[in-house]
Design a binder for this molecule. Structure first.
Ligand code: PEP
Ligand code: MG
Length: 292
């Protein structure tokens, strides 16, 4: 099977009727770029930025973040690189911020909720991204969004950051702004979100957990944790329908994106970007190539 997959690494993925589907990489740090390119990544659908915040007591500086984002944007040339703002909380600890003990961390102070409450952390990240956007095709997306007001608040902070950079005479580039659709609320309100977001990225890892009320890390529930559950597929369908109507892009960056059994369904529903861990890329390109 490996040898048969080799020929798919370097191709641009297309269905037999010519629909272009971008097969991209999920990255956890800039060190993974080489590997992703070698596996045939056509872009980055999810650049997780938690690595900058882990295992250190101080928050990363704007400069350090700028260098990290710029490096990845440059490595991918004109290809899209979607950076997710920090998604700490839930199961992940952030030493630089005082985090409360929570009864239900997955339903707690995480993702965009935390970022909006700690503007000095969030705006440092946004300024670094705006500056790095000069170097390539960078986009930003927010995790764990469940209310349109969160997207609006984040965009207002981006406006403040642009004004600050302007005032400092610093250069910044255009930055498309999207959301992860990983809560049922975001999927059900996709029509509202689509009017204010430039793109959607379905985070099926969390979407499955929150839709089915099944802990994504609980081995005893493994049989119940299914991205092909009709309730999950229905939410994906709603998201894709709203995106189509608004004319915005939908990608998938959860594990479901790499599942050859699900890819036909996702593409049929209107997904045009599949992002996954790099070794899964050739197999996904093959699955796309075999679609009608
Ligand atoms: C997801 O929830 O599907 C996702 C891609 O994000 P993470 O796995 O980092 O929560
Ligand atoms: Mg998630």
């Amino acid at each position: 099977e490996r040898a048969a997959l080799e020929e798919y690494r370097g191709i641009e993925a297309r269905t037999r009727s010519g629909r272009r589907i971008e097969v991209a990489a999920n990255l956890g740090s800039p060190q993974e770029v080489e590997d992703a390119l070698a596996w045939g990544a056509e872009g980055v659908g999810l650049f997780r930025t938690e690595f900058l915040f882990m295992e250190r007591p101080e928050l990363p500086s704007e400069e350090e973040q700028y260098e990290a984002y710029r490096g990845v944007a440059e490595a991918f040339g004109g290809r899209p690189v979607i950076v997710r703002t920090v998604d700490i909380g839930g199961d992940k600890d952030l030493p630089g911020v005082d985090q409360p003990e929570e009864e239900n961390p997955f339903l707690g102070w995480r993702g965009i909720r935390m970022s909006l409450d700690v503007p000095e952390l969030f705006k440092t990240q946004l300024r670094a991204l705006l500056r790095a956007a000069v170097a390539g095709n960078l986009k930003v997306m927010f995790p764990m969004v469940s209310d349109v007001e969160e997207l609006r608040a984040a965009k207002r902070m981006m406006d403040e950051c642009r004004a600050e950079l302007e005032g400092a005479g610093a250069e910044y580039g255009p930055l498309e702004t999207g959301i992860m659709v990983e809560t049922p609320a975001a999927a059900l309100c996709a029509g509202e979100f689509a009017r204010e977001a430039d793109f959607f990225s379905l985070g099926t890892n969390d979407l499955v957990q929150y839709t089915l009320a099944v802990d994504r890390g609980n081995e005893r529930l493994e049989r119940l944790y299914r991205a092909d559950h009709p309730a999950v597929l229905r939410l994906i369908e709603i998201t894709c329908g709203a995106a189509r109507e608004a004319g915005i892009m939908v990608g998938v960056c959860g594990e479901a994106a790499a599942d050859p059994k699900l890819i036909p369904r996702l593409v049929e529903l209107g997904v045009t970007e599949l992002s996954m861990s790099p070794p899964s890329i050739p197999r996904a390109k093959k699955a796309v190539s075999e679609l009608p």
